[in-house]
Design a protein around this ligand. Structure first.
Ligand code: RNT
Ligand code: ZN
Length: 420
């Protein structure tokens, strides 16, 4: 039997097994195929960007490893993304940072960035049917070297970063207009203190003022959606971060912004899955930065962990697919960077598909009638149902490699590049 025929046969059997539980695998496949994941461009070059060759500096985040072959130009990065997308089922988005501007060798500071500096990205995204998302880059810059941007006590510094935020919203709006899908434009700043502060209030007041100035202009939500991202701590801001969870939850609620929940930005045993249903009672939409912290906010490649599954389950069970924007956020420089994208994105899709294959009505019924024995028993049985047969069939359907075949493709691609 050919591989394809055996995949189809395994799928037919799996479809029956799921049907016995009242689960329609065809419907799950149709739904999963509508979900766009925003692939973060910064995994392709260790959050380096194209402003200079210094790479990531400051910001309390770090990419570790020296695996060869990182993208050095926007063309290389787009080629790497093309390769990754050819190995991930579905149609997905790309998440850019302002440091990925193409200014043709001319120095354009971040407060002066314009949509035209992203013309190649827009053309490429349009040609490949990718929506674009965007981020201000409040790090790796001389005016962020002391660790303070929107909360700087220096007014000129604050103004510079406010103007950067404003410029980024205009760029996001342009992406949305050109591509016909709103650009989620995220604000994350590293500002905080290494050691115990005396005054926790003033930086937060300054942050409110700066954000209000950035968001002063109303921009049509058909083109732009603003998001704000909190954090518990960073390298060099271990004791205090101005943009904490409570700060941004409050800000997002009051100002009608999207709340960005990053999986690495809470206490190590705290998961973002449980925050989704609560947040969405009070904010319209959330942005997820799906990441994997190992002992700290280490931004490891996303894997099919219980945490990841719980995130996908919450999105699906809550009926939140329309209100949750799923982005990935990690940067591992110790392994092949295209593979890092492919592994994380395939895992995210798998987690969503697994969640879509749950017998929702039965589980709801067991829970609402107080049959917790039945609930536990069924949830455990579900874990060993033939999910992989549905996943492999999806890959076949979408014309992307089934099983490990994608890795050969990445290895071949790696060999074909003359990069150091
Ligand atoms: C940092 C935040 C932020 C960055 C990216 C590069 O802790 O998670 O989202 O990872 O913007
Ligand atoms: Zn993040």
């Amino acid at each position: 039997m050919s591989i394809n025929a055996s995949i189809e046969q395994a799928y037919a059997l799996a479809r029956e097994r799921y049907a016995e539980l009242g689960v329609d695998t065809e419907q799950a496949l149709n739904t999963v195929n509508t979900i766009a994941i925003s692939l973060h461009c910064w995994q392709g070059d260790d959050v380096g960007g194209f402003e200079n060759s210094d790479g990531l500096s400051g910001g309390g985040i770090q990419a570790t490893g020296n695996y060869p072959g990182k993208a050095r130009t926007a063309d290389e990065l787009r080629a790497d993304l093309d390769k990754a997308f050819s190995l991930i089922p579905g149609t997905h988005r790309v998440n850019l940072h302002s440091i990925y501007a193409e200014t043709g060798g001319v120095k354009v500071d971040r407060d002066q960035l314009l949509p035209e500096h992203f013309a190649n990205w827009m053309d490429w995204a349009k040609a490949h049917n990718h929506g674009l998302d965007f981020n201000g880059s409040f790090f790796s810059h001389p005016l962020a070297s002391d660790g303070f941007t929107l909360t700087s006590r220096d007014e000129a510094t604050r103004t510079f970063w406010v103007n950067h935020g404003i410029a980024c919203r205009k760029i996001g709006e342009a992406f949305g207009r050109v591509l016909g899908t709103p650009c989620v434009t995220n604000v994350w700043i590293p500002d905080g203190y290494k050691d115990i502060p005396y005054d926790r209030k003033t930086p937060r007041e300054l942050l409110t003022q700066s954000l209000d100035a950035i968001f002063a202009e109303e921009i049509d939500a058909r083109f732009l959606l603003d998001a704000v991202e909190s954090k518990l701590f960073g390298i060099g801001s271990e004791s205090y971060v101005a943009g904490s969870h409570e700060f941004y939850l409050g800000y997002a609620m009051r100002k009608g912004k999207l709340l960005c929940l990053d999986a690495g930005h809470y206490h190590p045993t705290e998961t973002i899955a449980d925050k989704i249903s609560s947040s969405l009672l009070f904010v319209d939409e959330v942005l997820l930065h799906v990441s994997r912290g190992v002992r700290w906010d280490s931004d490891h490649v996303v894997i099919l962990s219980d945490d990841l599954r719980a995130i996908a389950e919450e999105i699906v069970r809550g009926g939140f697919l329309e209100r949750v924007h799923i982005g990935l956020d990690y940067f591992d420089a110790s392994i092949n960077r295209v593979a890092a994208w492919v592994i994380g994105a395939r895992c995210m899709v798998k987690a969503l598909l697994i969640a879509l294959l749950e017998p929702a009505d039965t589980l709801r019924e067991l829970e609402s009638t107080g049959d917790f024995t039945g609930r536990l028993a069924l949830l455990e049985e579900l874990k060993t149902l033939p999910f992989s047969a549905v996943w492999e069939y999806y890959c076949l359907q979408q014309d992307v490699p089934v099983g490990m075949a994608w890795l050969n493709d990445v290895r071949q691609y790696e060999r074909s590049l003359a990069r150091v």
